[in-house]
Design a protein around this ligand. Structure first.
Ligand code: CAA
Length: 380
């Protein structure tokens, strides 16, 4: 067994760490405060080939492995969690299913420009009545000649306000339950596709999300992704990869909070010495560092299994469950170490607390991860 990263993985980590320190950390508080989409940062993600990291080069991607992707997601999210989730949606939730389930023609039109970062994609599974119970889709797609006519709504669609296309799930056979769900590639300028203004959220404020309404939205039949009825499996296997991205995002947020707590504890003095010399603080830092390392090992194991082509649903869920809840605990301690300053908007730690919270919710709540883990543990 070997815990060493290879040269390429170390280089990706270095490039992303430098980029985050230079371009993300100095701007993240302002973007959050103004709820400002990080336009320049997203452009630079494209220039660095970070928007289609695991897509092969012939489809405009960087042709890297999932370990590289997880390392990059941690570093980018360490600088700005909003930029991190934009990167993860395009990579994991959009490019990944098009690569895995798309035809050559679909890859040409719906993967290459997105993997290059010329366009952005998003993922439309969640509905007002279908969050954790993803099979309870109400959006319908009815075949009429060479088209499908889609009606319904999707909400909390991260990157939705900026996306050029969406991997959208709809019922083609309501009576068939999850076996009646089908995936589609829908350009966001399709007639009948309507986006609401960005949602008002507690955290990841620079990563816009929105509700989408589909009213007789007509999509060519050739835009169906996979077979009719296979949509639930497309969604679930996509989320197996997406959860690695969100676990890495949580890890990056936790690292930011931890590193800021270490720095603050060196300059803040109480009772005549820097607070890092008090055992109460040292023990908190020790727990934080240990949990961050434990989460990273889970994340890298899940990424490695994905690279090996092994089913990794349980390991991805374990990584996401642990890393997201760990990020909550680490950010809580980091704020405590900052004392009153931690509660102030003059420091970044309050943003990390808000940003970390969503990682326990999106791409499957902690409760959903426990369902996936226990179902895999207990299966015959
Ligand atoms: N890969 C492939 N197939 C899978 C699968 C996987 N990981 N998981 C399940 N399946 C298949 C099963 O094999 C089964 O197939 P058969 O019918 O052929 O046997 C079928 O799917 C149904 O599986 P289950 O019975 O396990 O399904 P379920 O209805 O009990 O629920 C669930 C499964 C885990 C609860 C699921 O509904 C789920 O993950 N819910 C959470 C949804 C979620 O994560 N939403 C996030 C939205 S995206 C987002 O958040 C984006 C963002 O903003 C950034």
């Amino acid at each position: 067994m070997n815990f060493e990263l290879n040269d390429v993985q170390r280089e990706i980590q270095r490039v992303c760490r430098d980029f985050a320190a230079r371009e993300l950390t100095p701007n993240a508080r302002r973007w959050d405060d103004r709820h400002e989409w990080p336009t320049e940062a997203v452009k630079k993600l494209a220039e660095l080939s970070l928007l289609g990291m695991c897509a092969p080069e012939k489809y405009g991607g960087a042709g890297l492995d999932n370990v590289c992707y997880a390392l990059a997601m941690e570093e980018i999210s360490r600088g700005c969690a909003s930029t991190g989730v934009i990167m993860s949606v395009n990579n994991s939730l959009y490019c990944d299913p098009v690569l895995k389930f798309g035809s050559e023609e679909q890859k040409r039109d719906f993967l290459t420009p997105f993997a290059k970062g010329e366009k952005l994609g998003c993922f439309g599974l969640t509905e007002p009545e279908a969050g954790s119970d993803a099979a309870a889709q109400r959006t319908t797609a009815v075949r009429k000649g060479d088209e499908y006519v889609i009606n319904g709504s999707k909400n909390w669609i991260t990157v939705g306000p900026k996306a050029d296309a969406i991997v959208l799930f709809a019922m083609t056979d309501k009576a068939a339950g999850h076996k009646g769900i089908t995936a589609f590639l829908v350009p966001t300028d399709s007639p009948g596709f309507d986006r609401q203004p960005p949602d008002k959220k507690m955290g990841i404020c620079a990563a816009w999300s929105c509700t989408i309404y589909l009213e007789d939205c007509r999509v060519p039949a050739k835009n169906r992704l996979g077979k009719e009825g296979d949509g639930f499996k497309v969604a679930m296997s996509t989320l197996d990869g997406g959860r690695i991205g969100i676990a890495s995002q949580a890890l990056g947020i936790a690292r930011a909070a931890y590193e800021e707590a270490v720095a603050y504890s060196s300059v803040r003095k109480t009772f005549g010495k820097p607070i890092r010399e008090h055992q109460a603080i040292q023990f908190m830092l020790a727990d934080m560092a240990t949990e961050i390392d434990a989460a990273r090992l889970l994340v890298l194991r899940a990424a490695l299994l994905k690279d090996q082509g092994v089913r990794h649903s349980m390991e991805s869920s374990m990584a996401k469950l642990y890393a997201s809840e760990m990020a909550g605990r680490v950010c809580h301690h980091a704020l405590q170490i900052h004392g009153g300053m931690g509660y102030s908007k003059e420091m970044d730690v309050e943003r990390h607390v808000r940003d970390a919270r969503i990682t326990e919710i999106y791409e499957g709540t902690s409760e959903i991860q426990r369902i996936v883990i226990s179902a895999n543990l207990l299966k015959e």
